[in-house]
Ligand binder design. Structure first.
Ligand code: SF4
Ligand code: SF4
Length: 440
């Protein structure tokens, strides 16, 4: 006798999870070595892309009972999409896991607390940039009023899970200083800046430096006021419809012929922005506008290369001892937008530094949006493996292209007690510092 929950879950999988995408999988297993959770679980098939796709099919067909182990298999997926470039059949795993999370979300019973958290996050905080800004003012007050010091001193943070405490310890200081361009140049290109909710609040300094770098290279930077969170967090949490709501708002905010590019400086946001055209392909009102938006979307490293930052960097010859700089890929920037050469090209030309590749730089660091908060054990296991490579390389700087990766690498450095030897920086902060130091 099939339980009511089982039946409803099966119906939901049938309704939301695309069977054609599932059938594209030929079960070859080429994706397995690329999957961090498969590797971190001693090659457990249920934590592999192939195993998860088989479970999606089994759920649709009613061949497996919905229980904690099935749910865990989907929950533990990082959504890093490293399985996609590895797949010879072009399986759209990213779409499949998004749809799976929608299917589960529709049916899974939620506690009042879960409902409350989701409501605040998806209907308020990440749905309205102004509410996000207010929250950040509270964080700023927490940091500046001395409350942070007191909280740490009395051990209040010990009441929270250890990973949250570590994240709190690497929260950037929210400053309100303005950064001007090192030298202004004639404007030759119009760039609309997608400022991002986290980047525009917790990482305001990086955003200011992003504008300064672009202006230094001759860009006129515009910041459309009505922009919202990209919607990635919603899309990755089973709230795809709300993510698409944000997509429409952003498309309207950026829909101007004036802009040559729409630039972002967070790999996770950039990937979702580039997929607006996919999410809105059947919307007659937004279909064409979404294509225009996604085609103009570009990440900061690619745009800096296009605007010839490398030529500027090469003006200063490296002399004397060179510090090692390395790069940890943002999964979505690499696996969805397939951008991995451009950040490396910039770092290779940075005067005063020698670029060295980090072992398994392409593999996820365990941050994956808010994965490290939801799945701290697996996130820690993945970070531990990542830090082994870091310790072998001993870089002075680990550069990243996404706020989540940045904080995750800062936690890794802190856990290993390496704060005196190295630091993690966003690529914009790193490049801005190099340009300022060398008067370029
Ligand atoms: S997802 Fe792709 S690589 Fe993985 S088993 Fe299926 S066809 Fe093979
Ligand atoms: S998205 Fe990442 S964690 Fe999930 S199955 Fe693909 S490679 Fe594995």
């Amino acid at each position: 006798m099939v339980s009511e929950l089982q039946q409803r879950m099966q119906d939901s999988f049938r309704e939301h999870v695309n069977e054609e995408y599932i059938m594209d999988c030929m079960r070859c297993g080429f994706c397995l070595p690329a999957c961090p959770t498969y590797l971190a679980t001693d090659q457990d098939e249920t934590h592999s892309p192939r195993g998860r796709i088989a479970l999606m099919k089994a759920m649709r067909d009613g061949d497996v009972v919905w229980d904690g182990s099935v749910e865990e298999s989907f929950d533990v997926c990082l959504g890093c999409r490293a399985c996609e470039p590895a797949c010879p059949a072009g399986v759209q795993y990213g779409a499949l896991i998004e749809e799976t999370r929608v299917a589960i979300q529709q049916v899974k019973p939620q506690t009042i607390k879960e409902k409350g958290i989701r409501n605040v996050a998806f209907n308020h905080l990440f749905a309205d940039q102004k509410k996000m800004a207010t929250t950040v003012k509270l964080v700023q007050f927490y940091q500046k009023s001395g409350l942070q010091k007191v909280t740490r001193k009395i051990g209040f943070l010990d009441l929270f899970p250890p990973f949250m405490k570590e994240m709190e310890s690497v929260l950037p200081k929210i400053e309100r200083k303005s950064k001007s361009a090192p030298v202004s140049s004639p404007k030759t290109v119009n760039v609309a800046f997608f400022t991002g909710c986290l980047m525009d609040t917790l990482f305001q300094e990086t955003n200011r430096k992003t504008i300064a770098l672009l202006e230094r290279l001759g860009a006129q930077v515009h910041i459309p006021k009505e922009q919202q969170c990209c919607g990635a967090l919603h899309g990755h949490s089973g709230e795809l419809a709300k993510g698409v709501r944000n997509a429409r708002a952003n498309i309207d905010a950026f829909d101007s012929d004036e802009y040559d590019f729409i630039v972002n400086n967070a790999g996770g946001c950039g990937a979702f922005l580039s997929e607006y055209e996919k999410h809105l392909h059947s919307d007659p009102l937004y279909k064409e506008k979404a294509v225009r938006f996604s085609r103009k979307n570009i990440d900061i490293s690619s745009l800096l290369v296009k605007l010839n930052l490398n030529d500027l960097l090469k003006k200063r010859e490296s002399d004397g001892v060179q510090a090692i700089v390395t790069y940890q890929d943002s999964c979505h920037l690499r696996n969805v937008n397939r951008v991995f050469l451009e950040p490396r090209m910039l770092l290779q030309d940075a005067p005063g530094f020698e670029y060295k590749e980090l072992i398994d730089a392409a593999s996820c660091c365990g941050s994956a949006g808010i994965y490290n908060l939801l799945q701290p054990e697996m996130a820690s296991r993945i970070l531990e493996a990542k830090m082994k490579g870091v310790k072998m390389l001993q870089p002075a700087v680990i550069v990243t292209s996404n706020p989540g990766c940045l904080m995750q690498m800062q936690v890794g450095i802190q856990r290993e007690g390496l704060e005196k030897e190295m630091k993690a920086l966003h690529i914009v902060d790193f490049l801005f510092n190099v340009i300022e130091k060398n008067n370029l």
